[in-house]
Design a binder for this molecule. Structure first.
Ligand code: AGP
Length: 609
C-alpha cells in the first residue's frame, strides 16, 4: 500500500506534495519522491527511507515555480526499496506514480523492451509510463494534427492494457498542463481546491482536509484528465462530496482505531497479496522457482506470536496438500534447544516486521547450518529479507496496530498458496483437487468482508465478557491455531486471561475448570471435523461452562452464538471466523477502555530477546 498526491494550481505545489506525503506516510515509507512540471521542464526528487530524507533533498535544491506536480511514498511490493525503485517512474518525457500491483507487468515489460523501451527499475509500475509513451509515439507518428487528442487517447489505451490494482497519476511534457488519473483497486480521491483553478489528488482524505472545497472518492474504473480549466471524467460514475474535518480521523479512514481499519482492510490487502500469484490453473510466485524444493524432504517453520500461529496453520496444509513433512518451532525456544538441522530441510521463517530478534536468530542458525531459507514477510529490506535465500512479501501494507490482524490473514493466504505451489511441484494432489483449492482461494477476500450484523453482534456480546475467570478458545485442526490467535488477540488488548486449546485436549485436564464463569469460545466449522468439535463442546456444556459458539450451523447448547456463512471450504470458514475473533477482542477492549492500538507492555516489533 502506498501514498499518492497530486496538485494543479497557483499555490506552492512543492509544499502541498510534501505536506500531503507526510499525512500519507502511515501508508508506506520505504522511499518517496515527487515530480514537478514547469511548462516543458520536469524536476524530480527521490529519496530512500523516511519522508524527511526527501524533504531535506528538496529543501537543499533551488526550486523553480511549478503549477503541476505528483508525489508518492512507497511500501514495496515489487522490487527492493531503492532510489531507483522509488516513484515517480520516468519514461522519456513522462512520469507516473502508482498504488497497487500490475498483474501483467512481465508480459507488458517484454513487449515494451522489444519495442525499444529502456527500463531502469525492478518495479511493475514502470511499465505504465513506457506503455503510455509507446502509444503516444505511435499516434504522433501517424498524425501530428491533434496532439492533445493523441495524448488523451494514449492514456485511455494504456489503462485498457493494465490488469491488477492500479491507482495512478501521470504527467507528461507532451501535455504539460494536465494530470492524467485513474483509480482501480487502490484508493484515490480527486478534489476541487479552495483556490480558483485548483485540483488536488490524494490516496486518502487527510492531505486534503482544509484545502479542498469538495471531493470525489473515485470508484474502480473511473479516471480522467485534470487541468487548471477543470476535471474531465472519462465516465460519469462519480459524485461530489464533502470531507471529514479531523485529520487524525482521516488517517484512520474514519475508523476508531488503526486496528479496526486494518481488520476491515483485510479483504483488499489479501486481494493484493494474491494478485499475480493465482493463475488460471496454478500458483506462481515471482520470488521463487520450483527448484526451491530440490533436495528438500522436510519443512521446518519458525516464528513468534501471531506469525507462529500462521505457521502452525500452514503446517497442516503442507502435510495435507504438499505431502511434505512439516514441523514448527517457537523461535525463542528453537534458538537454545541445540536443534538437529539437516540440509534436506527448507527453513521457513514468518515475520510481519522482519526484525523480531528470536526469529532472526533462528534464521541465522539455519543459514549457518547450510539450510535453504525462505522468509514470509511484510517489510521488504528488513533484516530477515536481506538474510534469507528467498523472500515472499505478504503485501499487507503498513500495520500500525500492535495487535497483528491483516499481517496474519495475508501470511496465512501466502502459506496456503505456497502449500499448493509445492503440491503441484510434488504432484501430490490431482488437477481437480488443485482447481477446487484455487477456487476456494479466490473466495478468501470475500470471506474477509465484514457483515455489519456480525460486527454489531460482537459489540453486543462484548458486554457479557468483561469479567469471569478466563477464556478458553477451542478448535480442531487448523482451527486450533486459529483458537490460539483468538486467545492472543484477547489477551493483548483486553488484558483478560485466555487460552487457545485443541478442543480434543479439554478432557485431559482443562475441563476441570468448566463452570459458568469460564467462557469458552468454540470454533465449529461445518467443513472440518464438525461432529468431533460438537461432542467436545457438548462435554463442556454438560459441565455448565458458558459457551459462545462460532459456526454456520445452529447449536442448541450455545449460551451465545455467532453465525458465520455456510461455505464450501474449511479455510474460508477459517478466515471468516478470524474476523469474528478479531472484532470480539477489539470490542471487549473498547468496553474496558483500553488503548486498542497501543496496548500496555507491548511493542509492534520485538527486536530484543
Ligand atoms: C501479534 O498480535 C503480536 N503483536 C506479536 O505476537 C507478533 O506477532 C510477534 O511479536 C511476531 O512479530 P513479527 O511477525 O513481526 O515477527
Amino acid at each position: 500500500m502506498c501514498g499518492i498526491v497530486g496538485y494543479i494550481g497557483k499555490q506552492d505545489t512543492t509544499k502541498f506534495l510534501l505536506d500531503g506525503l507526510k499525512e500519507l506516510e502511515y501508508r508506506g515509507y520505504d522511499s518517496a519522491g515527487i515530480a514537478l512540471l514547469n511548462k516543458d521542464k520536469i524536476d524530480v526528487f527521490k529519496a530512500l527511507g523516511k519522508l524527511n530524507n526527501l524533504i531535506e533533498k528538496v529543501e537543499n535544491s533551488d526550486l523553480g515555480t511549478y503549477e503541476i506536480g505528483i508525489g508518492h511514498t512507497r511500501w514495496a511490493t515489487h522490487g527492493k526499496p531503492t532510489e531507483l525503485n522509488a516513484h515517480p517512474h520516468l519514461g522519456e518525457y513522462s512520469y507516473v506514480v502508482h498504488n497497487g500491483i500490475i498483474e501483467n507487468y512481465k508480459e507488458l515489460k517484454e513487449e515494451l523492451i522489444n519495442a525499444g523501451h529502456k527500463f531502469v527499475s525492478q518495479t511493475d509500475t514502470e511499465v505504465i509510463v513506457h506503455l503510455f509513451e509507446n502509444y503516444l509515439n505511435k499516434a504522433n507518428e501517424q498524425s501530428q494534427e491533434n496532439k492533445v487528442n493523441n495524448t488523451n487517447q494514449a492514456f485511455k489505451d494504456t489503462i485498457e492494457r493494465l490488469e491488477g490494482a492500479f491507482s495512478i497519476l501521470l504527467i507528461s511534457k507532451a501535455d504539460p498542463t494536465k494530470i492524467f488519473f485513474f483509480k482501480h483497486g487502490s484508493p484515490l480521491i480527486v478534489a476541487r481546491g479552495k483556490e480558483d483553478n485548483e485540483v488536488l489528488f490524494a490516496s486518502s482524505d487527510a492531505p486534503l482536509i482544509g484545502l479542498a472545497k469538495e471531493v470525489v472518492y473515485l470508484e474502480d474504473g473511473v479516471g480522467g484528465i485534470a487541468s487548471k480549466n477543470g476535471i474531465e471524467f472519462l465516465s460519469d460514475d462519480y459524485s461530489w462530496s464533502t470531507l471529514p474535518t479531523s485529520k487524525q480521523f482521516a488517517q484512520k479512514d474514519g475508523f476508531r482505531f488503526f486496528m479496526e481499519k486494518e481488520i476491515y482492510e483485510q479483504s483488499s490487502v489479501v486481494s493484493d497479496c494474491m494478485l499475480g500469484r493465482i493463475q488460471d490453473e496454478e500458483i506462481l510466485f515471482d520470488e521463487i522457482e520450483e527448484s526451491i524444493l530440490d533436495g528438500i524432504k522436510e519443512i521446518k517453520i519458525c516464528a513468534c506470536g501471531t506469525s507462529f500461529h500462521a505457521g502452525l496453520t500452514s503446517s497442516y496444509l503442507f502435510e495435507r496438500l504438499s505431502k511434505i513433512k512439516c514441523s514448527i518451532e517457537v523461535a525463542s525456544e528453537f534458538r537454545y534447544k541445540e536443534p538437529m538441522l539437516t540440509k534436506d530441510t527448507l527453513f521457513i521463517v514468518i515475520s510481519q516486521s522482519g526484525e523480531t530478534a528470536d526469529t532472526l536468530e533462528a534464521l541465522k542458525m539455519a543459514k549457518k547450518a547450510g539450510l535453504k531459507t525462505l522468509v514470509i514477510c511484510n517489510v521488504d529490506n528488513s533484516s530477515m529479507t536481506r538474510m534469507a535465500d528467498f523472500t515472499i512479501l505478504t503485501r499487507a501494507g503498513i500495520e500500525k496496530g500492535v495487535a497483528s490482524t491483516k499481517a496474519f490473514s495475508t501470511q496465512t493466504a501466502v502459506l496456503w498458496m505456497l502449500s499448493l505451489y509445492f503440491a503441484k511441484i510434488n504432484a501430490s494432489i490431482s488437477f481437480e483437487k488443485l482447481q477446487s483449492e484455487l477456487l476456494a482461494l479466490r473466495e478468501v477476500p470475500k470471506s474477509l468482508i465484514i457483515d455489519d450484523k456480525i460486527h454489531e453482534k460482537t459489540k453486543r456480546l462484548s458486554k457479557r465478557y468483561l469479567h469471569g475467570h478466563g477464556f478458553f478458545f477451542i478448535g480442531r485442526d487448523v482451527f486450533f491455531p486459529l483458537a490460539l490467535e483468538g486467545a492472543l488477540k484477547l489477551k493483548e488488548i483486553s488484558y483478560l486471561h485466555a487460552e487457545g486449546y485443541p478442543a480434543g485436549e479439554m478432557k485431559h485436564g482443562p475441563i476441570a475448570l468448566a463452570d459458568p464463569e469460564l467462557f469458552t469460545i468454540a470454533l465449529m466449522p461445518q467443513n472440518l471435523l464438525y461432529d468431533k468439535i460438537k461432542s467436545n463442546v457438548e462435554e463442556l456444556s454438560a459441565r455448565d461452562s458458558t459457551i459462545c459458539t462460532v459456526s454456520p450451523l445452529d447449536f442448541e447448547l450455545s449460551d451465545d452464538f455467532i453465525r458465520t456463512q455456510e461455505t464450501s471450504h474449511y479455510m474460508l470458514e477459517f478466515f471468516e471466523m478470524l474476523v469474528v475473533l478479531q472484532l470480539l477482542s477489539m470490542e471487549i477492549s473498547v468496553r474496558l477502555g483500553n488503548d486498542v492500538d497501543m496496548p500496555r507492555n507491548l511493542a509492534k516489533s520485538v527486536t530484543v530477546e
